[in-house]
Design a protein around this ligand. Structure first.
Ligand SMILES: [Zn+2]
Length: 728
């Protein structure tokens, strides 16, 4: 045996064992263990480097290509064997879902790495490995520069294939664009390799120039091909533009009418004014705000469906028509935070997510219209605790259910801001050095904060806390990616009324997990098909699995409605009363109260079976004799669905809307928000003034006060601000 061959066997053998060990370790990590996208991405990056560097080593040591290919097959097979072994003891979700990601991400990256190393070996005579690593870094910098310069949060890369952007959209699929992209990767590196191998050295410059130009033009046109999204692309998608004193807003005028734009822009200016006063600093340039027409459009061009996002370094925010009311203020704080941020991204030190999000949440101070400290102190009291020291270190922010991370990061930052002021906080934000900012350790400050929480009065019940925070993060769920993508498929089938196909998928998901959407989907199918007893049986079987989560109460409501449809009235009213008594969330309580009212008037069955406009009509008739407060929120939601003009909404009520308790006050607050959104400023203010009469004991007190302030500001500043609007 030659020394080279021995060296080859030792080195390649130990590499194969390392890959086996790495694969087994990956199966111990949260999320990665569910053999899907994350598993494939980590190996893709590793494989690109591994295949290139080992191939260059092989070439340097004159080892045959055959031997290398045998090694490569083994390397690529090892993780698959690991999956098969692991699957005997641990649930790996779906073998085929995982394998398809493995092939399209990891295996293709391995081949890309091989081709690149061969090309480098042919072109350069020395320093092959250094050049390979240099080119690898260069390729890695492309998506980084795209994230930095472009609006997009997703990216495509030859190194890992695809990165989706945020962790809040759980579904990732292998789709046509991804297959197309990976085919282009293989074609590019493969053809480059093929031609360079077959061209004599004196003619190579032509090949190199040609492939260099192809790469440059690919980058140039990648936005047009859908592999990135630059500002030009976004300007095509959202072609209308309006400017105000402090903003440029881009939108699509086909999906946003002039009233909506006016109100949106006024909201922007109102929050800008408020932030400027509160923080004492503001961005020097106009902020650009992109308003997507829907979450799906935002997903397609920007990369995030559920979350709205800001890029403080670009002074831009990306929100959508159906979510801006809840996110605008938060995203604007991110833009303001650039003033105290650091580095080229102008974010918190080390991109600390708890600091970045905590600051925005603290200033926003609104969690479903409740103040952060109110919720945090009750959550803390009922055992939903997050260790602050841990939360603010590394990426622990993403470990727990996001709502809880946001709440505690926000509440802690608010505590620091209120007690020690903005300038100390700026030092903390900018340097990450809490001791430098506060002359105290993070341990001391968190103890102080816990004591503060304990000194607060608990106004939120345990059931309500469970309703908000009895959920899991993507890292705590079973097979989240695959289930999310299965659910998307099932929802599409539902919309095509292919119920039995959808039912099959929902059942499959429910066998594996307690996913609420799958159960709700199944019940909806049975309701549509009027198979009430099957739905009832399913609910009875499953409902207790959801105890301690918000879904428990939603299922209770389903169950009660089902009883009505099956004419089991007394069972239904017991369930509705249970929801009212438990009061997991004010809106759910109001829905149950309305159901009871409708039941007493023998209208509930018609209401449940009726179309949106019939439902609305039933509620209108009900309010003719006497105002039913619990009907107002459903009426607002129905009015939006059936596109009823807000002007005639108030005409429905023949007597004045006077709140008798804090629940009524919440209803009027909700109605005031709806009217303000529809440009009825005077009535919006009138209603929130009425709501304030019963606001003292309400957990929504702060939001009522802010709504009142906002209405006043709108009335006072409408003309001044709107006169400066410049449409294009
Ligand atoms: Zn944020």
């Amino acid at each position: 045996m030659s020394t080279n061959s021995l060296k080859f066997k030792t080195i390649f053998g130990s590499l194969i064992i390392s890959i086996a060990i790495i694969s087994l370790i990956l199966f111990q990590l949260p999320l990665v263990a569910s053999f899907g996208y994350e598993f494939a991405v980590i190996l893709a990056l590793l494989f690109f480097l591994l295949s290139g560097l080992t191939n260059l080593w092989r070439l340097g040591n004159h080892i045959s290509l055959d031997a290398y290919l045998r090694f490569s097959f083994l390397v690529l097979f090892v993780p698959v064997i690991a999956v098969i072994i692991i699957s005997l003891t641990q649930d790996i979700c779906s073998f085929w879902y995982g394998i398809s990601f493995y092939l399209i991400l990891s295996v293709v990256s391995y081949i890309n790495g091989f081709f690149l190393s061969e090309i480098i070996n042919e072109i350069f005579s020395i320093y092959h490995k250094i050049i390979f690593v240099f080119v690898f870094t260069l390729i890695a910098l492309i998506p980084l520069s795209e994230i930095y310069l472009n609006p997009q949060v997703y990216f495509y890369s030859p190194l890992i294939g695809f990165f989706p952007g945020t962790i809040y959209d759980e579904d990732i699929n292998i789709n046509i664009p991804l297959i197309f992209y990976r085919t282009l990767n293989l074609l590019y590196f493969g053809l480059f390799y093929f031609f360079i191998k077959r061209t004599s050295e004196d003619k190579r410059s032509l090949i190199i120039t040609t492939f260099g130009l192809i790469a440059i033009s690919f980058l140039w046109f990648s936005s047009d091909m859908g592999f990135s999204t630059n500002h030009k692309k976004l300007d095509e998608i959202l072609p209308a533009k309006v400017e105000s004193e402090n903003f440029k807003i881009k939108y699509d005028s086909d999906n946003l009418d002039s009233t909506e734009v006016t109100i949106l822009l006024l909201n922007h200016e109102y929050y800008f004014d408020k932030l400027k006063r509160e923080l004492g600093f503001n961005p020097k340039k106009k902020i650009t705000s992109y308003i997507f027409s829907s979450r799906l459009q935002k997903k397609k061009y920007f990369g995030s469906e559920k979350a709205d996002i800001a890029k403080p370094w670009l002074n831009e925010i990306y929100i959508s028509k159906d979510s801006w009311e809840n996110t605008l203020y938060h995203e604007l704080v991110h833009c303001f935070s650039a003033e105290i941020g650091i580095g080229i991204f102008r974010l918190a030190d080390s991109f600390n997510p708890a600091l970045i999000e905590g600051f925005a949440e603290a200033i926003d101070n609104n969690y479903d219209d409740i103040e952060l400290h109110l919720l945090a102190s009750s959550a803390y009291n009922y055992g939903y605790k997050i260790n602050i020291e841990e939360l603010f270190s590394g990426l622990n922010f993403f470990k727990s259910f996001s709502g809880l991370s946001y709440l505690f990061a926000g509440s802690f930052c608010k505590y620091l801001l209120d007690k020690y002021g903005v300038s100390s906080f700026s030092v903390f934000y900018n340097t990450g050095d809490i001791r430098k900012a506060y002359k105290k350790s993070v341990h001391q400050l968190s103890e102080e904060y816990y004591q503060f929480l304990q000194s607060q009065i608990n106004k939120i019940s345990e059931t309500q806390i469970q309703y908000y925070f009895g959920r899991s993060s993507i890292f705590q769920k079973v097979c989240p990616r695959q289930i999310a993508s299965d659910l998307k498929t099932a929802e599409t089938l539902m919309s095509q009324r292919k119920f039995s196909d959808a039912e099959f998928i929902f059942r499959k998901v429910l066998d594996k997990s307690n996913d609420y959407s799958a159960l709700a989907g199944l019940i909806n199918i049975y309701l549509q098909e009027k198979k009430y007893s099957i739905a009832e049986q399913l609910l009875n079987e499953k409902i207790n699995n959801y105890y301690g989560t918000p879904y428990f109460y939603l299922l209770k409501l389903f169950n009660a409605d089902l009883h009505i449809l099956m004419s089991k009235d007394s069972l239904a009213s017991a369930e509705y009363n249970f929801i009212v008594k438990s009061n997991p969330h004010i809106q759910l309580k109001l829905i149950a109260e309305l159901r009871i009212d409708l039941q007493n008037n023998s209208l509930l069955k018609d209401y449940l079976e009726g179309s949106d406009s019939l439902k609305f009509q039933i509620l209108v008739n009900m309010n003719k004799q006497k105002v039913t407060m619990s009907s107002i929120i459903p009426m607002v939601n129905l009015a939006e669905k059936i596109k009823l003009q807000s002007k005639i909404f108030l005409e429905i009520f023949h007597s004045p809307l006077i709140p008798e308790d804090e629940d009524d006050a919440y209803v009027l607050f909700y109605l005031s928000k709806y009217l303000l959104k529809n440009n009825d400023l005077v009535n919006a203010r009138k209603l929130i003034s009425l709501a304030n009469r019963k606001s003292v004991a309400s957990v929504f007190y702060n939001s009522f006060r802010e709504q009142f302030e906002k209405c006043n500001w709108f009335i006072k500043n409408y003309n001044r601000v709107a006169n400066k609007f410049k449409y294009q």
